[in-house]
Design a protein around this ligand. Structure first.
Ligand code: NDP
Ligand code: 2IT
Length: 450
């Protein structure tokens, strides 16, 4: 970041890097926001005097704890758990839990920081947080997963609550893990309350929550294409990932008549030139959610082509949906997307495009919805799950889906309102950053200086 031209931005980033050494993902996420916000607040003396942006980059607190559990062979295992409570200016801390061996404090801080802006964009009263552990769920038995989740919650339960901090799922944490964690919270506290979202439908979960992130990513694309009087139908779509977000992104695309030509996991990518059928997707869902298999098995499963390397971005596509993990679109990937005439990208994963890729895409005609806008459907329906828990009600699939579409549509409108360029095109990154910032900043100002 040594080549930053804006002097205020360079000074600000220098401070962030000094205070948070060795946290490159966090620096990247803050830089991506600050490059839009610093020019935006340049003449706003009140926001500058009250140090709002500086305060937003400092988590309210970070809890880090030891997680001890026993594997099936009777060995004692030690992992590190975290909860980053970033900002609760507009509501209780809210954000997922990630179980993956690459989890570090830096990764969770970037996710928690992003979550603050995302949650603000939803229009719901949700602050931002994120948690997780460096636990690798791959190859673990169901009982090992259960023991880990229980051990993790034994400590986490001290810091969360329905009006304090409400975790949910993320990479490596789905309905099963949320169930184990909710069960342990209930056991420890004797309280049945909306302390986690993404719960099973039988114990306070919301309809459409499993689908919400993936569906929302596609609804954002629908709204972007509508600005060009275009639709999804018949478009060739490259999807990465094969987990929760990728699966329901692919499902909605197939429902809307698009051609899904790829999915991937950390081992490799499947290529289906004529587009996946609903049956192919069901096969993948069973492979990933029930059998715990690898995408390479799709070759025998339904005749997919397969190549090593977990990125589909060199495949010619009209629309791209990164739904795996951070920094999965780098400069060469971005160049390939531009060269192949990709029209638009809707980000399902958090921060999937690295800074060089963002620059390349910004200089191209590609419409590019950032994760904090495009994948906000997941946390938005989590917010609706909290509402239903408070009301002791359960809304129908249709009701929740209608809310979800409306929320994404409003996020799209906010991006357009705050991100419109002089030539009429939209900088969705700038729009999302400014719209997300405004609400949190105004709340912080209302609370006064201390
Ligand atoms: P899952 O655990 O269900 O799936 C993750 C997918 O991404 C798998 O296909 C996995 O492959 C792949 N993946 C994970 N880490 C890597 C890596 N380091 N390199 C390559 N591939 C990787 O997670 P989700 O679908 O829930 O999450 C995917 C993304 O969406 C994440 O960025 C998450 O933060 C984001 N997100 C999730 C939301 C949710 O509601 N679940 C909401 C908003 C955003 P493999 O199986 O080989 O590990
Ligand atoms: O990144 C995210 O928005 C999530 N993992 C979902 C968070 C939530 O609280 O539903």
């Amino acid at each position: 970041m040594s080549d930053i031209k804006d002097k205020d931005l360079a000074a600000f980033m220098k401070g962030v890097i000094r205070r948070n050494p060795g946290e490159p993902e966090f620096h990247q996420a803050v830089h991506e926001v600050a490059m839009d916000i610093i020019p935006y607040i340049r003449d706003n003396d009140r926001i500058k005097k009250m140090r709002i942006l500086e305060r937003m980059t400092e988590p309210d607190r970070i809890i880090s704890f030891r997680v001890i559990w026993e594997d099936d062979a009777g060995n004692i295992r030690v992992n590190r758990g975290y909860r980053v409570q970033q900002n609760n200016a507009i509501g209780p801390y809210k954000g997922g839990i990630r179980f993956h061996p690459t989890v570090t404090q830096s990764v969770l801080k970037f996710l928690a920081f992003e979550q603050v802006f995302k949650n603000s964009l939803t229009g719901l009263p949700l602050g931002g947080g994120k948690g997780g552990a460096d636990f690798n769920p791959k190859g673990k038995s169901d009982r090992e997963i259960m023991r880990f989740c229980q051990a993790f919650m034994t400590e986490l339960s001290k810091y969360i609550g329905p009006n304090t901090d409400v975790p949910a799922g993320d990479i490596g944490v789905g309905g099963r893990e949320v169930g184990y964690m909710f069960g342990q919270y209930k056991r420890l506290t004797d309280r049945f309350e909306g302390v986690l979202t993404g719960k099973g439908i039988e114990f306070g979960g919301s309809n459409i929550r499993p689908e919400a992130t993936g569906y929302g990513v596609v609804y954002m694309m629908v709204d972007m294409l509508a600005t060009k009087n275009d639709t999804i139908k018949g478009k060739t779509c490259a999807v990465s990932g094969s987990g929760n977000v990728a699966q329901f992104c692919a499902e909605k695309l197939i429902d809307l008549g698009a051609k899904v030509i790829s999915m991937s996991d950390s081992g490799g990518t499947i290529y289906v030139p004529d587009g996946m059928t609903r049956e192919n997707l069901d096969w993948v869902m069973d492979l990933k959610n029930v059998r715990g298999g690898r995408m390479s098995e799709c070759v025998d499963g339904f005749g997919a082509k397969y190549y090593d390397g977990n990125r589909p971005w060199a495949l010619k596509c009209d629309l791209a949906f990164p739904c795996a993990t951070q920094n999965e679109i780098e400069a060469p990937d971005a160049r390939a997307l531009v060269k192949n005439g990709c029209m638009a990208i809707s980000e399902g994963a958090n921060m999937p495009s690295d800074p060089d890729a963002i620059d390349i895409i910004r200089d191209s005609p590609i419409m590019h919805a950032p994760s904090k806008a495009a994948n906000a459907g997941g946390v938005a329906v989590s917010g609706l799950e909290m509402s239903q828990n408070s009301l002791r009600m359960s809304w129908s699939r249709e009701e929740v889906d209608t809310h979800l579409k409306k929320i994404i549509n409003t996020i799209h409108s906010q991006c357009v309102a705050k991100g419109k360029r002089a030539d009429g095109s939209v900088d969705y990154f700038k729009g999302a950053n400014i719209a997300g910032f405004d609400k949190v900043a105004n709340a912080m100002l209302a609370y006064g200086a201390l």
